[in-house]
Every structure is written in structure tokens, then in C-alpha cells.
Design a protein. Structure first.
Length: 442
């Protein structure tokens, strides 16, 4: 067979030896390939740097501002910004009017309505689905209140899939779904996407993805990133711990933007109590991803039996149901009503708040003494009664934290969020666009 008739190997200019085996490329070809790889890697890194800078800005920032913060040249920043705008990662907005000489700068901000992520959450008291875009807007959401203690994993996850399908039906036509995150209460093997144990649900050894996807329906009904585009990661469901993801929602009030606190102990109060340890804005989850189970720190070895099998766990005193039972109020009483009753002097409610404060102080003092993180963030039902818990909690921490005389522990209440775990799950997926925009721009 003549050379001109030989089958294509993907490169018409590839030279061969007499035996038809491709010859080794020369030094010039190797150097060119290496230089091309370096340039590609450098561009990817610079795209990520520019994107992260714009997303982190409190207010829309100009190309000149990005150049100043990143030390990249203005021409380089301009080229990268043009790519990010064309790719739907950044938006340009109308510049403000100027009175002096020169052209006004064009501010940049995270793009709205182009890339989105789906955050899902199973809680002992509700199911939630939330669709967010890169600007931090909630495009659609559903929160279904229900008592899911003792529920079956398969039907519950299928229900959640149905809720998610309804949320995704409301997505904008141009939206590309970049990922789906699922927040579960309990011990999660994040790498395997497997729930090992959720004592308050009564679940153990659950692979949530098959039942969740079954509830979502056929892939074509929900996974397409936009009506005209294929998904980028939309089929993958990342499973995480509810409290870790709720803590992320507090630490990152908008995609890529840091909140005012970078190091804190986060308590997620629902039926039980989840916890997370946040260092430099990210949840520290320990060797196996199981750190932060503050609700199961023992505050009294002779205390009541916990669902986890131990005795005297914190959530037996400061969990929502435990507090309502101690107050003598119905199990469906809202935390807001508990606070009203306590402020009105209801003896049971006052006693329940006091008992919860003391138990929280004992558990958290041990955490602060070990970790040297004196900032405590209360969310969920603990946040809703946080002003009532804070005085005695602060006193107990002051007595029990060894370093309190130099750095007094601080109590902060997180803003109310219907489903913070779902928010954090969506934020984690959106972070992938900010960290590697070249994947989406190109």
C-alpha cells in the first residue's frame, strides 16, 4: 500500500520508519509540546485566578482592579476576562457615569443564569431542593416539612428526587447544570458517596444515588444543562455531611465570597445537633470525614440513652425535641414559640433553656480547649433561641475554657436559612466552576 493510500493515524504529517512505526519526535517537537502544555496550564491557572478575584470582591470590580490585585498585566487580564464573559462565567455591567477625563471602567460580577447547581437535603424534619446560580441567586426551591424519623431510605430518596425534578423544571433555558450535591445528617463516606449511619433518621449503610436518580426520572428529563446543552457534571451526585455543608453556607454567603468569620465551631440544630469545625473558611472533617459530631459528645455518662447507642449525649439536652420535652411543650412546637414561652416566664421553658445552655457549655468547652477555636456559631433551632442560650452558655464557657481569661469565647447566631445544607451542597458544586473555569469556558 502506498503512503498516500495508508489509513489515517490522526496526524497526516507524522513521519514513520520503514516498518510503519512512528519515529521518535525530535528535540524541537518535544520542546514545542512542553511549551504548549506550560502555556495551557498557565492560562488555566490565570483564568482561575481572575475568576476567583471577581467572585471574592464585595462589589463589582473592573479589569484594572483585577490587574492590581493579581499582579497580572492589564492586557492579560483583559484577554482572560473576555474569555470568561464569552463563556458565561462573568458578566459585564454598565459602567457608572464619570465626570473626569478618560473612559469609565466596566465593572465585572459573577454571571447570572448561565451555570447552576442543585443542592438537596434530607433532614429529620424536612426534604429540600434548591437551585442556585453563580451569582448566588436561588432560581427555584422546594422545602417539604415532614417527620422522617424512622422513614425508609428508598421511598424518602425517591420523594426527594421528585421534588428535585420539579425544581429543575423551573430552570432558565440557558442554564447549564454543573453538579448536584446531597446533604445527609450523620456519618458520610464522602469519597464513596455512601451514608454509613444517620441515627436520627434510623438509616445505616445507604447508597443514596440510585434511589435519588430513580425519583428524578429519565436522564433526559432533568440532566441536560440547558435545553440546548449537555450537562457538565450534572449526573454526578456528591454526598456530604449536612452540618459540614451548612457551615459552608455560613462561611461563604455567596459563591466564592468569604464571610466575616474564617475559623469557628458550627452547630447545626435540628431534631438533633450536627457540628462542623471550620478552619480558614473550609470545614475540617478529619481523617475519615467524620469530625464534628458534637451532638454526640457526652455531657453526662449517667444521662438518658441516645439514638446513637450511647448515654448522656449533648443532643439529649439541647436537641429540639429534647428541649421541648423538658419544657413540657408539644413536640411540634416551633423554636420561636419556645422562645416566646421562655421570655414570658414559663417555668418549663425557662428550665429547658437553662439545661440546654449548661449542656452546650460543657460540650463546647471541651471542643474549644482541644482545638483553640473560641468562636461558636449557632444555627437552626439553637440559633432561633440563641439570645436566650447565650448568657448562661457564655458563663459556662468562661468557667471551663482554660484560655477564656485571655480570649473570651464568642457566640454568634447564623442567619436563618430554610435548608442550609442544601445551600452548602449547591455552593460546593458551583465552586468547581470558579476553581477551574477553563473547563467551562473552553
Amino acid at each position: 500500500m502506498s503512503a498516500s493510500a495508508s489509513p489515517s493515524l490522526g496526524n497526516a504529517s507524522r513521519s514513520t520508519t520503514g516498518g510503519g512505526v512512528p519515529s521518535r519526535p525530535g528535540a524541537g517537537a518535544v520542546a514545542t509540546a512542553r511549551r504548549s502544555a506550560r502555556q495551557s496550564t498557565l492560562r488555566e491557572a490565570n483564568l482561575a485566578l481572575v475568576a476567583a478575584t471577581v467572585f471574592a470582591a464585595e462589589e463589582p470590580i473592573s479589569r484594572a482592579g483585577v490587574s492590581s490585585l493579581t499582579s497580572l498585566t492589564r492586557s492579560t487580564v483583559s484577554r482572560l476576562v473576555d474569555d470568561l464573559v464569552a463563556g458565561g462565567v462573568l458578566d459585564e455591567i454598565a459602567p457608572a457615569a464619570v465626570t473626569g477625563p478618560g473612559r469609565p471602567a466596566t465593572p465585572l460580577r459573577p454571571a447570572a443564569g448561565r451555570f447552576g447547581a442543585l443542592g438537596l437535603q434530607v433532614n429529620a424534619g424536612y426534604l429540600a431542593a434548591r437551585l442556585m446560580d453563580l451569582s448566588g441567586r436561588v432560581l427555584a426551591e422546594r422545602v417539604l416539612d415532614d417527620d422522617l424519623i424512622g422513614s425508609g431510605p428508598a421511598p424518602t430518596l425517591r420523594r426527594l428526587g421528585g421534588i428535585a425534578r420539579g425544581v429543575l423544571a423551573e430552570r432558565p433555558d440557558r442554564l447549564t447544570l454543573v453538579g448536584t450535591g446531597l446533604a445527609l445528617p450523620g456519618i458520610v463516606d464522602v469519597a464513596a458517596g455512601h451514608l454509613l449511619s444517620a441515627p436520627n433518621l434510623g438509616w445505616s449503610d445507604v447508597d443514596p444515588t440510585p434511589d435519588l436518580l430513580a425519583g428524578l426520572g429519565p436522564d433526559g428529563d432533568w440532566a441536560a444543562g440547558g435545553r440546548s446543552g449537555a450537562p457538565v457534571g450534572g449526573l454526578h451526585v456528591r454526598v456530604g455531611n449536612e452540618a459540614d455543608l451548612a457551615a459552608r453556607a455560613f462561611a461563604e454567603p455567596a459563591p466564592g465570597r468569604r464571610g466575616p468569620l474564617s475559623d469557628f465551631v458550627f452547630l447545626s440544630g435540628e431534631v438533633g445537633i450536627g457540628g462542623a469545625i471550620v478552619l480558614d473558611g473550609a470545614a475540617w472533617s478529619g481523617r475519615h470525614g467524620w469530625a464534628g459530631e458534637i451532638g454526640h459528645v457526652c455531657v453526662d455518662p449517667d444521662g438518658p440513652r441516645c439514638r446513637c447507642g450511647s448515654t448522656g449525649c449533648l443532643e439529649q439536652y439541647a436537641g429540639r425535641r429534647a428541649m421541648l420535652a423538658a419544657a413540657g411543650l408539644p413536640a411540634d412546637t416551633s423554636p420561636a414559640e419556645l422562645a416566646v414561652q421562655a421570655r414570658a416566664g414559663h417555668p418549663g421553658a425557662v428550665a429547658a433553656i437553662a439545661e440546654a445552655s449548661r449542656a452546650l457549655g460543657i460540650a463546647l468547652a471541651g471542643v474549644v480547649n482541644v482545638l483553640d477555636i473560641p468562636t461558636i456559631v449557632l444555627s437552626g433551632h439553637l440559633g432561633q433561641v440563641g439570645d436566650l442560650l447565650a448568657p448562661e452558655l457564655t458563663q459556662v464557657l468562661g468557667e471551663r475554657v482554660l484560655s477564656a481569661r485571655w480570649v473570651a469565647p464568642e457566640i454568634t447566631v447564623a442567619p436563618e436559612d430554610l435548608a442550609p445544607g442544601a445551600t452548602g451542597a449547591a455552593l460546593l458544586e458551583l465552586h468547581g466552576v470558579i476553581a477551574d473555569p477553563a473547563r467551562y469556558v473552553d
